[in-house]
Design a protein around this ligand. Structure first.
Ligand SMILES: [Ca+2]
Length: 392
């Protein structure tokens, strides 16, 4: 996901499964298949009380120029009065950027302006999301990061999750060609096996980060756009989704664009419900498969480095481009075999740097979250779960 997950939550409070259950209920409540269901909140204007006549859709007021035009006099002309859409209220009523966004969603995707105004009028600023977005855990060294995820509770929880969902995991592994322990480990790292899927309202979090966090506002506005498209595809209101402060949803914490691109309807009930393991497990497997996972391929092994080898080390994810022979010639000695045609020398920085040789599958994990420490935590948790399950 590039830097897609580069700023997501790592210290997620322990929210209960009730969140997932609530969303699951909401999805069920909005399910198709209960007759010719209409979704007026997406494609039609809001209902007009009896006695009134429906108003034609208002055009979006064009945005005022952002800079003062050059003037031949020393006194610049007064800017034109700003006319905000009269249907927009609440915390974001006076945001020109939101007005632009509404216009774009109307022009490019055909969303009804009154629906969008009504939806955004109910959005409250998510102050906690603004606080959390500034302090991601990836800023820590590896020695501090690793113990967050490599805990006894998370290893045991992984074995339990594997045992509980063995038929689903077996089927997903067969269909998508992804090793089970990595599907389990991703769900373990992301949400403690579904215990902590996040209690931020995704619409509110993405609106807040899209319009109140200039540093990455473009990214969050794109995800907000994707959330509306996802909602229309899934035939639900945009406001029903809960997730992380950064808008990641379900057991595998998919952001809106990933939900649209990679989520699958594993139980074939017509909905892609990432709070349900029946859909979430094959969706994580699909994500790995589509990004190039090779079942049985090597992931990463520790390495001793001497001579000029350290100069080849990478501290950010890059597509593997070297061979084991090239690394050996440079003084890199992997401590075990690694089945991968192309490899990278990785350096996990800390008070004592650790060197690893990572294969193509390791790079696939970084497509889930573009961070070496994240991918290494997933790899080590996967190995620990597998060893515990099989008594290795
Ligand atoms: Ca489903």
């Amino acid at each position: 996901m590039g830097d897609v997950y580069g700023s997501r939550a790592w210290f997620k409070p322990a929210y209960s499964l009730a969140v997932g259950a609530l969303i699951g209920f909401s999805l069920v409540a909005c399910a198709p298949g209960q007759g010719p269901v209409q979704f007026p909140w997406v494609l039609q204007p809001p209902a007009v009380p009896s006695g009134q006549t429906s108003q034609p859709q208002r055009p979006v007021v064009p945005a005022p120029p952002r800079t003062t035009p050059p003037s031949t006099t020393s006194i610049p002309p007064a800017p034109p009065p700003v006319t905000y859409p009269p249907g927009l209220h609440g915390d974001y009523a006076n945001y020109p950027g939101l007005r632009d966004f509404i216009g774009k969603m109307n022009r490019e995707h055909g969303f009804n302006v009154a629906f969008l105004e009504q939806t955004f009028s109910g959005v409250k600023r998510d102050q906690a999301a603004l606080t959390k977005v500034g302090a991601p855990a990836e800023g820590q060294g590896w020695r501090a990061y690793r113990p967050i995820f490599l805990t006894e509770e998370r290893i045991r929880g992984g074995v339990d999750f594997w045992n509980r969902h063995a038929p689903l995991l077996d089927a997903a592994s067969r269909q998508y060609g992804v090793d089970i322990e990595y599907i389990v480990a991703i769900i373990g790292v992301e949400t403690q096996y579904g215990k902590n899927t996040g209690a931020h309202n995704v619409l509110q979090a993405l609106t807040t980060l899209g319009f109140d966090y200039p540093k990455r506002g473009d990214f969050y506005r794109k995800e907000l756009e994707q959330l509306f498209l996802l909602s229309r595809e899934e035939k639900v209101r945009p406001a029903i989704f809960n997730g992380s402060y950064a808008g990641a949803m379900g057991l595998g914490q998919f952001i809106s664009s990933s939900y649209r691109n990679y989520a699958v309807d594993g139980n074939r009930d017509g909905k892609r419900d990432l709070w349900n393991p029946q859909d979430a497990i094959p969706s994580v497997a699909n994500y790995f498969a589509r990004n190039g996972w090779k079942r049985g391929g090597g992931v990463a092994v520790p390495a001793a480095v001497s001579g000029g080898g350290a100069g080849l080390a990478e501290t950010t994810p890059k597509k593997p481009s070297r061979t084991l022979g090239e690394l050996a010639n440079a003084g890199v000695r992997p401590q075990a075999g690694l089945n991968s045609a192309r490899v990278s020398l990785l350096k996990l920085e800390g008070s004592t740097d650790e060197y690893w040789v990572g294969g193509e599958n390791f790079y696939v994990i970084t497509r889930y979250n573009a961070n070496l420490k994240y991918a290494m935590a997933v790899h080590q948790l996967a190995q620990a779960i597998r060893q515990r399950k099989f008594g290795l």
